[in-house]
Design a protein around this ligand. Sequence first.
Ligand SMILES: NC(=O)c1ccc[n+]([C@@H]2O[C@H](COP(=O)([O-])OP(=O)(O)OC[C@H]3O[C@@H](n4cnc5c(N)ncnc54)[C@H](OP(=O)(O)O)[C@@H]3O)[C@@H](O)[C@H]2O)c1
Length: 394
Amino acid sequence: MARRILVLGSTGSIGTQTLALAREPESGLVVIGLAAQRSWEVLLRQVEEFRPLAVALEDSDAADELRPRLPRGVTLHAGPGAAATLARELDYDVAVHGIVGAAGLAVSVEVLQRGLVLALANKESLVIAGELLMALVREHGGTLVPVDSEHSAVFQCLRGEDLGRVRRVILTASGGPFRESSASEMAAATPAQALAHPNWAMGPRISIGSATLMNKALEVIELHHLFGLGPERIEVVVHPQSIVHSLVEFVDGSVLAQLGPPDMRGPIHYALHHPDRAPAPLVGFDLDLFRRLDFCAPDRARFPALDLGFRCVVEGGDAGAALNAADEVAVAAFLEGQISLVDIPAVNRAALDRRKGDASSFAALLQADQHARAEAQSEVQRRAAAPSTTHTSR
Ligand SMILES: NC(=O)c1ccc[n+]([C@@H]2O[C@H](COP(=O)([O-])OP(=O)(O)OC[C@H]3O[C@@H](n4cnc5c(N)ncnc54)[C@H](OP(=O)(O)O)[C@@H]3O)[C@@H](O)[C@H]2O)c1
């Protein structure tokens, strides 16, 4: 039977790759709903191709543009909270969540409160509110399948295994565009250089996170919540080819890994069809691609962001919410040329140092998010004004 899918963030990198899979003949997928923020022209083309029952646009002005152009019978949810409304009201089997940033949390809550399948690329949800979201999974019997390639790899390696028998999980990191750059080259990096990831084509926020390794820090927190792993059982290695998506080492010394070309359609496809393994037109083993697999330890001095991820796992509470919020502010400031790339982890650390500590509810975590944004903003302004700061505009 066809799977009815809701694609949240349909106009972005994860969303368009999800639709590319749905477009394949005999994909077994029917697109029921689409949601985006303001890219109404792209959304309109997607509506014309996939004919969903309903769509959502967060931006009211963009929704006003879309409304008169929509084919008859397609429901439009418009304005702040539109994607969450769609997730709450539509009938679907799987929600693919490719919205970027903290804005995605409310949508994750809606899907999990209904006990449905959440194919989660929006790692920010787990970074902010991992404990509360995993409690929703347990309470309502839903399924959370990670789409992040590393976590999908771990999820696949752990199928049928006892978590108590895991010695450690080793997350792989490509090292990003500055893997071999000097500290001074990184300090002078332009947004265009930082956005040019060697292996993956992704949205701007995650691309900058790959350049600072802040994305890996967020993934450490995501891994902790998904599988209940403490910091002593989490490790990060740099693997420039992005073929080994992550590894699990068991208490007997056996190591399982999941491999594949760097193509997000792989983990998206897996999550869409879980627990089945459906046929896909994707490359598997390729001698040329797989010929050489290198691994090395990350340089924690040049990439201090990584330690912030482990710090959040140790401290818990609202630390993840503060780190994510600060990073959203810092990345935007870097892209606007206000601060340098190496200022990003420093801004994030400052916001973490000044967090308040209440993580008792979703509302408290959203307050922590707002507080950290304000702290990060004032740290950005302080650094932008400081004469010693190296920052480069586009
Ligand atoms: N890209 C990858 O390869 C990759 C890999 C692993 C994990 N992820 C994760 O997947 C998520 C999406 O990343 P991406 O690279 O696909 O980002 P992206 O290309 O920037 O796309 C973001 C999508 O979210 C929509 N959006 C933004 N704010 C929204 C809001 N408030 N309400 C509803 N929709 C909103 C955007 O709509 P508009 O176009 O209208 O702005 C767009 O469709 C992130 O959490 C990222 O960390 C991505």
